[in-house]
Structures are given as structure tokens and as C-alpha cells.
Write a protein that binds this ligand. Structure first.
Ligand SMILES: NC(=O)c1ccc[n+]([C@@H]2O[C@H](COP(=O)([O-])OP(=O)(O)OC[C@H]3O[C@@H](n4cnc5c(N)ncnc54)[C@H](O)[C@@H]3O)[C@@H](O)[C@H]2O)c1
Ligand SMILES: O=C(O)C[C@H](O)C(=O)O
Length: 317
């Protein structure tokens, strides 16, 4: 059976890491597009030469003309600039809107049937722009943020509790900004509420456990910035690439995974006409279902606050 083609629009830190992960997992042929001359060709040549060692029989190629993505089944967009220390994601909106406007037109022309996963920041605004310009059904234009934010929350909980990250379930909803909403109520270790385990760790002191959890929530909300401050020249890429690949795999293998992704809401969670991070079923058709559940009063307050930030950003497009 023919293998699918994964097109990566943007061949920088994340795009190239996705290429490597996708090839190693033999998810499909890989094509890398970037505006920098020689960069996508050089990176894909290098990656293709690893094939005899890693064992993948795939077509791996790169180009500087967006027509190279023609026929792609799935397109991951990371084209754009990353923030530097002292910047907010929102500060990227002007430059990255221009880049998104051009690449989305190219995707519409050359990969009209593809499912598109957007990572470029500010995420909620860039995925909105991508959907508007391609005109693709919203089920086929999906933002990646919640998978990453949830992985960070899960990591911090695992480190605090001294358990394997594999046993943690954690979910972060809302916009991809400092007001994102980690759902503490759902955080658990193989079903055991994380708050109960934290309370035990602190000898039954629930207030102390709550304070520790609040710190984990705050660290999650600022986790992107924490990496930016350390790297100084760019932002996180290993974990964002891994997150995007999990979504690509869910779509290509029709896994029906329930993941927090950035989806265009049509009344769900009380939001109309905006892209926001919510739990969705991801499968071969893209977003196959937006999964609603009842938020507590406090969660709803935090969610509304996060959505307000998204609205402000999107309304400025
Ligand atoms: N959604 C998330 O969770 C998340 C996580 C991390 C980073 N990001 C964002 O992803 C984006 C990429 O991050 P990165 O670390 O890969 O940055 P990077 O600078 O390493 O790579 C970006 C690439 O985009 C290319 N590019 C610029 N304009 C282009 C165009 N018109 N067509 C094709 N390519 C073009 C650049 O040449 C560069 O190679 C940034 O906006 C960053 O903020 C999002
Ligand atoms: O923080 C950033 O600027 C990049 C990305 O959104 C992240 O969360 O790592």
C-alpha cells in the first residue's frame, strides 16, 4: 500500500526534528519546505543518508518552492519566527501573519486535500488565519499546543511525585498563552488523583499539597518562556516536535485519540467562532469530534479568561 506523504512547511528547529521523528517511526515519505536556500535540501539529504543505519525506506526530500508539497496527505506548519527572551508569543503576530498568509495560500493551491496541523505562534491566531486563508473545513485545520502543554504538566507532576511520566494523565485546555488552563481535577497517576498523592506526600497537609500543585500549574503556564529564557536564541523544539508527531500519527493511523488540540468552536464550552484548545477525537478525518464535559465554576472562570486573551489576539488579525 502506498505510504502517505508528510509535508513540513518550515524546516527550522521543529520542522527538521519532526522530519527525523516521522522518518524514524516510518510514518510516511517526508518533504521539507523552507525559504532559506539549501536548508531543506541539506537537512533532508543528511536525514536520508541516515536511512541505512536507522532502516527506513522512505522518500525524503526538500525544496524552496512550496509546490514541492504537492499531493501531501498531511501538512505541518512551523514556518515563522520564534520568540526570544523578553518577548511574548503575541509579539510575533505581525511577522508570522505575513508568513502564514503566504504559506497558507500555497497549501491551498498545492495540497488542497491535506489535513493541516499548525504550530507557528501565536498559535491560536495563526491556526485561525490558516483556516481562513485555505478555506479548508475546520476539521482539517488543527492547532498544536495542548498536547505539548499537557506533556509539560505531566512531566512536572511526575517529577514532583517521583513516579514514571508514563503513568501520568494530565490535560491543559484553553489558549496557548500564560492563561492556559491545566485541569488539576483530571491530573492522575494511573487513575489515582494527583492531589491525593501530593497530600499523602505532605503528610496529609492538603493546603501544602494545593500550594505545590499551584506552583506546578504556574510552571506549566510559563514553561515555553522558561525554555526561551534558557536557550536565548529560540524556543522549545524537541517536545513541540514530539507533540506534533503524536498528532500526525493519530491522523495517519486513524487512532481516534482523545487529545487536547486547538479546534474551531461552534458553541462548545460556550465559545463561538474562535479556535481554542479543547479535548478532541483525532482520526483519519482530522478532528472527528469535539469532546465536551462540564467545567467546574473555577475551571470555567479560568477558561473564559484564557479565551478572552485568544479573542483579543484573533480580533487584532
Ligand atoms: N504551538 C506550539 O506549541 C509551539 C511550540 C514551539 C514553537 N512554536 C512556534 O513554531 C514556530 C517555529 O519554531 P522553530 O523553533 O522551528 O523556529 P525556527 O526559526 O527554527 O524555524 C522556522 C523556520 O521557518 C522558516 N520560514 C520563515 N518564513 C517562511 C516561509 N514563508 N515559508 C517557509 N518557511 C519559512 C524559517 O526559514 C525557519 O527555517 C515559531 O513561531 C514558534 O514560536 C510553537
Ligand atoms: O514559548 C514559545 O515561544 C514557544 C512555544 O509556544 C512553547 O510553548 O514552547
Amino acid at each position: 500500500m502506498a505510504k502517505p506523504t508528510i509535508a513540513l512547511v518550515g524546516g527550522g528547529q521543529i520542522g527538521a526534528t519532526i522530519a527525523q521523528l516521522a522518518a524514524q517511526r516510518i510514518l510516511g515519505h517526508v518533504v521539507l519546505y523552507d525559504v532559506v536556500e539549501g536548508l531543506p535540501q541539506g537537512k533532508t539529504l543528511d536525514l536520508a543518508e541516515a536511512a541505512p543505519i536507522v532502516n527506513f525506506d522512505l522518500r525524503i526530500s526538500g525544496g524552496n518552492d512550496i509546490s514541492c508539497i504537492a499531493g501531501a496527505d498531511i501538512v505541518v506548519v512551523t514556518a515563522g519566527i520564534a520568540r526570544k527572551p523578553g518577548m511574548r508569543r503575541a509579539d510575533l503576530i505581525e511577522v508570522n501573519s505575513r508568513i502564514m498568509t503566504s504559506v497558507a495560500a500555497g497549501i491551498k493551491e498545492h495540497a488542497p486535500d491535506a489535513i493541516v496541523i499548525v504550530l507557528s505562534n501565536p498559535l491560536d491566531a495563526m491556526v485561525t488565519l490558516c483556516q481562513r486563508i485555505t478555506g479548508f473545513p475546520p476539521q482539517r485545520v488543527i492547532g498544536m499546543a495542548g498536547v505539548l502543554d499537557s506533556a509539560r504538566f505531566a512531566s512536572f507532576i511526575a517529577w514532583e511525585l517521583g513516579v514514571s511520566v508514563r503513568d501520568i494523565n494530565a490535560m491543559v485546555l484553553g489558549g496557548h498563552g500564560d492563561a492556559m488552563v491545566p485541569i488539576v481535577r483530571f491530573a492522575n497517576v494511573n487513575g489515582i488523583p494527583a492531589m491525593d498523592l501530593l497530600t499523602r506526600k505532605y503528610d496529609g497537609d492538603r493546603a501544602k499539597a494545593q500550594q505545590v500543585m499551584n506552583d506546578l500549574v504556574t510552571r506549566t503556564q510559563n514553561a515555553g518562556g522558561e525554555v526561551v529564557e534558557l536557550l536565548k536564541t529560540g524556543s522549545a523544539f524537541y517536545s513541540p516536535a514530539a507533540s506534533a508527531v503524536a498528532m500526525v500519527e493519530a491522523v495517519l493511523n486513524d487512532q481516534k485519540r482523545l487529545l487536547p488540540v486547538c479546534a474551531l468552536l461552534n458553541g462548545e464550552f460556550g465559545v463561538n467562532g474562535y479556535y481554542v484548545g479543547v479535548p478532541c477525537i483525532l482520526g483519519a478525518r482530522g478532528i472527528e469530534q469535539i469532546v465536551e464535559f462540564d467545567l467546574t465554576e473555577e475551571e470555567q472562570r479560568m477558561f473564559d479568561h484564557s479565551v478572552d486573551a485568544v479573542k483579543k489576539l484573533v480580533d487584532s488579525l
